[in-house]
Design a protein around this ligand. Sequence first.
Ligand SMILES: Cc1ncc(COP(=O)(O)O)c(C=O)c1O
Length: 408
Amino acid sequence: MFDVEKIRYDFPMIRNNPNLIYFDSAATSFKPQCVIDEVLHYYEYTNSNIHRGDYDISFEVSKLYDDTRKQIASFIGAKRKEEIVYTYGATSSLNTVAINFGNKFLKPGDVILTSMVEHASDILPWFKAAERSGAKIEYVPFPSNGKFDLDAYEKCFEGKNVKIVALPHVSNVLGYIYPMKEIARIAHEHGAYIAVDGAQAVPHIKVDVQDLDIDFLSFSSHKMLGPSGIGVLYGKYELLDQMDPIFYGGGSNARFYPDCSLILKETPEKFEAGTPNIEGVLGMDQAIRYLSSIGMDEVEAYGTELSDYFISRLDELDTVEVYNHGSKAGIVTFNMKGIFAQDAASYFNKQGIAVRTGNHCAKMLHEIIGVNETIRASFYIYNTKQEIDRFIEVIKDTTLEKCVDSIL
Ligand SMILES: Cc1ncc(COP(=O)(O)O)c(C=O)c1O
């Protein structure tokens, strides 16, 4: 059974900051003690490089590190552990796909189909891939509520050579879970591949890459209870195997010769040149174990319960405009009428409530929802309805004057 009080106890950031209400987990999440302990244990007991040392602690750490791939593969339903490439985070994974896929498969006139919902990290790499290859960027039209229109999406393929679809599974601003299984099916029916930005999905919902039948999936550990600086690129093995790495160096090659030829290691090692973020991988592994022990269905249900509850409480207020009714995954985006989002956030901060404001790196989303600046409250497994109630009281008490005073 989901026991939020027990969960809260596992998070030192919550124990150590009793007056803080943290509603910014879509930016980065808190870490449970087991993740912190794992990283510390590495530094305190087994600090050594992997696959390079002929001594016990290196053997021990190499074995632990290698075993993590299997567990991460199973967490996202990958067919085999070789489909898991370690990166430095979602941005690094998304760039890796855009560069590698672009270099291998994109030709002039091909279409990269994406959207104006995109986070910068999912769209800028494709802008650059288009520039290098001569492919064109096109956008799936979205209605002004930001929900996904499958018919409008399917029409985008008519008469076009769409080579790849690049979309998020969950919008980082609107929190909608897009119908990825259908999106992938339609892409494949039209001979396109699909690269999914899973940065906001993998932490909050059960993502099964085989069930969804997606070709690539990118996500970060730090948004799902793990350390920063480590992330995952999932790719179907046959696709990854055809692609060349971006980085070359130690750990990713089998041999190299004076005539400048080289033999790379197999996928995924060929993509992982240099000493990896060992403690990050070990910490991410613990984060995934922790989430799995709760169960992703429970995690998702609780995120939805909190978003539904917060939206229903906001709807009682006529000083607030909510932009994502029906959103899931613990993300609620709104504004206070007549108050600039950042001014409101300064006041909330003075009341001990941490939220994010602005365009949330989705700098074209205003073309869809019609506003540039919003307040985003994002929840995770350690947040409570009591915290939401406290936030509602603060919102009720918020005036333009108080907000202005809080920034002076
Ligand atoms: C939807 C989405 N994609 C990509 C990213 C980039 O993630 P990272 O900064 O961890 O690389 C984020 C981060 O907020 C995001 O929300």
